[in-house]
Ligand binder design. Sequence first.
Ligand code: ADP
Ligand code: ZN
Length: 221
Amino acid sequence: MNLILLGAPGTGKGTLAAGIRNAIGIAHVSTGDMFRHNIKDGTPLGKEASGYIAHGELVPDSLTIRMLEERLQRDDCRKGFLLDGYPRTIAQADALAAFLTGVGQKIDAVLDIRLADATIQERLSGRRVCPSCGSSYNLAARPPKKPGICDTCGTALEHREDDRPETIAVRLMAYHEKTRPLEDYYAARGLLHAYDNEVGSEITLQSILKALGTLGAASRP
Ligand code: ADP
Ligand code: ZN
């Protein structure tokens, strides 16, 4: 099964992605994580992307599309993949559709995760992430057991540079302007499933897994 997780920054996509991956065993492909690894390793791609990311702007399509297509050709994507943070523009969505058609595949569903902007601001400014295993915490709602330390792997947690209030506002603007139109794009193709994540990620995950079970059953010959 090939899935897309759509949604503004801070809507809980990372947490939901981990839950979906654990439940159905498909590859989790996060373009944000891929960029951050490249920046940390000082690769040419990381150097090109880092300025955009630090300012909360989208990385140019050409760079992002190339990186994603390389990733989708890796072996672990053969059993299906979950795209987290991609596509973020209509051009990326068109490129993805063309790429998948070329390899005889398609997107099975787009999960659109929704949350009010005010809740997003609140969640992102309190967000702390584990640079090692990707676990995400919130100082108010979901603090780690030991302050500043990842429950899962013991690594020191980080406050992402782009989770500062000024940068969050830029990211939300980029989302509304460039990414939101993808809701209509995928709705028109009959692929959009929307979830209001104000109920919390655990409940949303259960709704998603239930819907995916139904989809999987429906697509079986
Ligand atoms: P969030 O969803 O919390 O904003 P991500 O980790 O998905 O964070 O992305 C972090 C940053 O990486 C984005 O603000 C953007 O600069 C860049 N980025 C990630 N995915 C894409 C993409 N598909 N297109 C362009 N830029 C991207
Ligand atoms: Zn960790």
